[in-house]
Design a protein. Structure first.
Ligand SMILES: *Cc1c(COP(=O)(O)O)cnc(C)c1O
Length: 450
């Protein structure tokens, strides 16, 4: 192992250049501060994606709102806008102080993407957006739709017949498959979801019940994506949702930031020079947390500090960003097994597109052990009655970590005197579709670890 070569350098050399790799390879928890993090105005100069792109995505979702409201009545209250609540969680904050012995200074909030309608996870943002965009492109190109139409006409036999001539494919560990599968089937597309071995049985069954073709692979996420890509490439009427490289997914996620700002404004929560905002986002391949981070930076610039969270056994974005190798490297190259209960985060190779886009905007990445996810899962149910899937708890570990090893970040960025004014947002990424009996098992496991 020690004399193994990775991208032209021996493991010994990699460890010498990046000593944190010793801990990462031993699957110990770490907190990495991104040394390439820059002032916002400087960092955006190197990024080709602009505010106009995100605004365009926001407008597209508004055009589709009448369709969504009609096709998914559960969204009628929000008039077809797919959005989640944000709430303060003071009881959880108190409990964290007791159990983890960490005093979180500032307000503690949770952004409940677990409650997003239709797909029950953060994938209801990017995944649904990308399929809607594809549907719009096809319909406009074929003279069936114009931008000025009331898009509720899409919920009809005429459109379903039209879309049934086209197919959509995706590779997933579970939740992206759910979101792409549900929206594509509803529109009338033929949809195939390639599921990795990590995918939970109930997620596959739910999709099959909605008429989605589910192909089960014995391999990990990267391989499932590759299979999906291959299959789609052989059919000109097939569209592949590329979780590793998709700009559209990224833009769908980024829209969340505008919506969040509206919510914080309504709650009279200030974010400015004296009131820093900290956001903690679970990271798999990177699109979800990356898109949200990009949007938040557009909105709040240097006043928002975004951290990604990864399982100790799947630290792909951490290794990719730290070494600068991005998608040229997988955790397996460093002998890490990519085995985690956090199925949404079980990704061994990060998105190079996301890693490079956020290279100068991300504050840092920490890793978390699976057992901590379960402990937090039970605590959050006990204190606030919020039920999340294990992956979604990775963000909840962030504030605990920040006021521990992460404190150096606060000191180095002269934030110490501002922490009483800070707001911390745990980005919860999934959970509302988890069957009750499975959630009970998760809860019991967490309790046994407390
Ligand atoms: C997909 C997912 C993430 C991470 O999103 P990526 O785009 O893969 O980084 C986090 N949590 C849950 C529950 C997810 O399903």
């Amino acid at each position: 192992m020690e004399d193994k070569f990775i991208q032209g350098k021996s493991l010994i050399e990699w460890k010498r250049d990046y000593p944190l790799l010793n801990e990462i390879i031993s699957t110990n928890e770490v907190f990495w501060f991104n040394p390439k993090n820059q002032r916002y105005n400087k960092a955006v100069r190197n990024i080709s994606i602009s505010e106009d792109n995100v605004k365009d995505a926001e407008e597209r979702l508004i055009r589709f709102a009448p369709y969504i409201a009609k096709a998914f009545p559960e969204t009628s209250k929000s008039k077809g806008i797919i959005e989640s609540p944000i709430v303060e969680i003071p009881k959880m904050k108190g409990k964290v102080k007791k159990i983890f012995n960490r005093n979180i200074k500032g307000k503690l909030l949770i952004k409940c993407d677990n409650d997003l309608p239709i797909a029950g996870s953060i994938k209801a943002r990017g995944g649904i957006y990308e399929v809607l965009k594809h549907a719009e492109d096809l319909a406009i190109k074929n003279g069936m739709l114009s931008l000025e139409d009331d898009y509720s006409i899409i919920d009809s036999e005429k459109f379903r017949n039209f879309f049934s001539k086209y197919s959509i494919a995706v590779g997933s560990t579970g939740n992206l498959g759910l979101s792409i599968g549900i929206i594509s089937a509803k529109l009338g597309f033929n949809v195939t979801v390639h599921m990795s071995a990590d995918a939970k049985e109930w997620k596959k069954n739910l999709l099959k019940s909605k008429g989605v073709n589910v192909v089960e692979h014995n391999s990990d996420y990267t391989k499932a994506v590759e299979e999906g890509r291959k299959e789609a490439a052989s059919d000109p009427n097939s569209y592949f949702v590329d979780d590793e490289n998709s700009l559209n997914l990224f833009l769908g996620y980024a829209v969340a930031a505008y919506r969040l700002k509206e919510q914080l404004d309504k709650m009279d929560i200030i974010v400015d020079d004296e009131h820093p905002l900290f956001v903690y986002l679970p990271c798999g391949v990177g699109g979800g947390p990356g898109g949200v981070t990009f949007g938040l930076k557009l909105v709040y610039g240097d006043n928002v500090h975004c951290f990604f969270a990864e399982p100790t056994h799947s630290p792909c974005m951490l290794i990719g960003m730290m070494t600068g190798l991005h998608d040229k490297v997988s955790v397996g190259d460093f002998g890490i097994d990519n085995i985690t209960e956090a199925d949404g985060l079980a990704v061994g190779r990060p998105s190079g597109f996301v890693g490079k886009t956020l290279e100068n905007l991300l504050s840092g990445i920490y890793t978390v052990e699976d057992n901590e996810l379960y402990r937090l899962l039970s605590l959050l149910i006990d204190t606030e009655d919020i039920s999340l899937e294990p992956s979604a708890l990775a963000g909840a570990y962030g504030p605990i970590k920040l006021f521990d090893e992460g404190y150096r970040y606060i000191e180095n960025n002269n934030l110490k005197d501002k922490m009483e004014n800070a707001t911390h947002i745990i980005w919860s990424t999934g959970g509302s579709l988890v069957p009750k009996d499975i959630m009970k098992e998760y809860y019991k496991k967490g309790l046994s670890l407390l």
